[in-house]
Design a protein around this ligand. Sequence first.
Ligand code: ARG
Ligand code: ZN
Ligand code: CA
Length: 351
Amino acid sequence: MKKLIMGMAALALLFTSCEKDQPENVNELAQESVDMSDFYVHTDYNDEDGKAAQNGKNCYSMKNLNRLLKEDDKLYRKMYDIEKNTRSILAKSSNANKGKPGSGDGGTTPPPTDNIGIVTIPVVVTVVYSNSQENISEAQINSQIAVLNADFRAQNSDASNTPSEFASVVADSEVQFTLAGVRRYSNATTQWGTNDAVKGQYPPETPATTLNIWVCNIGGGILGYAQFPGGPAATDGVVVGPNYFGNTGYVSAPFDKGRTVTHEVGHYLNLRHIWGDGRCQQDDFVADTPSSDGPNYGCPSYPTTNCRSTDMTMNYMDYTNDNCMYMFSSGQKSRLRTVFASSGPRAAMAP
Ligand code: ARG
Ligand code: ZN
Ligand code: CA
């Protein structure tokens, strides 16, 4: 009798372990069936030719990424693996999403990154100034943190400007920011460029768990640049010009609403430009941002049509003026939150 009970217990154990095994196998299968055939890190078409680098407002995050890719031949593979993991996580949220990276909103199962909850990122701001104007005020720094919080939580007042075509995909990314520290350094350098020299002189503070933002004059009319997930820890973070930081104090219109940092933090959390840095065929790997032929500038009228669809010119990941960009989409939310998954590159920031 005892033997029989033991036997049944063992059998039951076997059954439960079989049941446990199944989802794991399914996950492994999903991981293997991820289609990576369209993966690329950057297309060069607007990099060196002055055409798209209109008014020097070209995105130097991509230029910086190209430099890092040249310096480190393992970075491409790292970013490929991060992308594969992102797609694998999103594919699990719904069968309807299979092959549609970023569309964490199409199915009945919520994105698995939902249960991570609200992510609060501590921010260390390093102000490097060559004159008193560049030594921006505490009020200006606080204004940027407030803009980040409003924009990433979809609490920005201009979100209500979103045309009805896109209103249903405006997303609260459930990422927020707190000011963890301000460091100030006087330095004779007047233009820091985009080669991370400022980070070498003033290394980041605990980059695994902290967003580092260097506020210094970059030069060449460059607003800011970010490092994508997967890059070296020693240069992780965002660099931005003092007059494009925050929405009060020493700020320059039309980039005076703090949206440069919103855009760069989007890159820092693995969002790409909505036109995919290429023509209609190139993609940002987000399903609910319509394909576009290139960046939009200024304050485009609605609808602006490219690639047979309306451009989401009001998305933070386009190149429009600060007061003409006011939303992330739910697909972007799903995508960026995968970086906080336990297998993601910014897992250490998850609560
Ligand atoms: N293209 C800029 C850069 O990375 C960022 C775009 C910011 N756009 C804005 N409206 N603030 O250099
Ligand atoms: Zn950019
Ligand atoms: Ca898209």
